[in-house]
Design a protein around this ligand. Structure first.
Ligand code: IMP
Length: 188
């Protein structure tokens, strides 16, 4: 029989349960549906971490929306530290000129990635540009970011699950958990 490694073994604490996440996503979906009623809304999600959040949030929104996906990578940092140098791996598929755009993010940590993205998308002439993030880790913020829709504020811990990874693993956990520090300080 093939041995299946236990993904949860590296989790020291469950920070947000599946139920807490789903309840928050429904609440955000309702607020967004009310605020953008009658307008042309495009959700722009940032791969890969935001994939589960985007999939759940778009279905919690009850007004017509278009979706688009971007993929960015920050480079020059480490697996747990952002560098602020951002490379676009996948750009928008459609024009956002004149549309109301909501960026759907998994987590805002230093704010460097989003700061870059906001400036990039503003240059594409949207009617408005707002930010929705599931998680906000304000302790390490370097750039001030005005968050329009925030799911949860979390402490300064490295978290995984519900899209968030460490070394591309753990994204498929249904909850958000704290990664045991030994995993990244002593990877062997
Ligand atoms: P920022 O540029 O520092 O705000 O970092 C944003 C990106 O870093 C996020 O989109 C995540 O991909 C990654 N990141 C930041 N904090 C965490 C974390 O605690 N767990 C997993 N990824 C994180």
């Amino acid at each position: 029989m093939t041995r299946r490694p236990d993904l949860t073994a590296d989790v020291s604490e469950i920070l947000l349960s599946e139920e807490q996440i789903q309840a928050k996503v429904l609440e955000l979906g309702r607020r967004i549906s009310d605020d953008f009623a009658g307008r042309e809304l495009t959700l722009v999600s940032v791969l890969k971490g935001s994939l589960p959040f985007m999939a759940d949030l778009m279905r919690a929104i009850t007004i017509p929306v278009q979706i688009d996906l971007m993929e960015v990578s920050s480079y020059g940092g480490t697996a747990t530290e952002s560098s602020g140098l951002v490379r676009i791996l996948k750009d928008l598929s459609s024009s956002i000129d004149g549309r109301h755009v909501l960026i759907v993010e998994d987590i805002i940590d230093t704010g460097l990635t989003l700061n870059y993205l906001v400036r990039y998308l503003r240059g594409k002439n949207p009617a408005s540009l707002k930010i929705c993030t599931l998680l906000d880790k304000p302790a390490r913020r370097i750039v001030e970011i005005a968050i329009d829709y925030r799911g949860f504020q979390i402490p300064d811990q490295f978290v995984i699950g519900y899209g968030l990874d460490y070394g591309e693993a753990y994204r498929n956990l249904r909850f958000v958990g704290v990664l045991r520090p030994e995993v990244y300080t002593d990877p062997d």
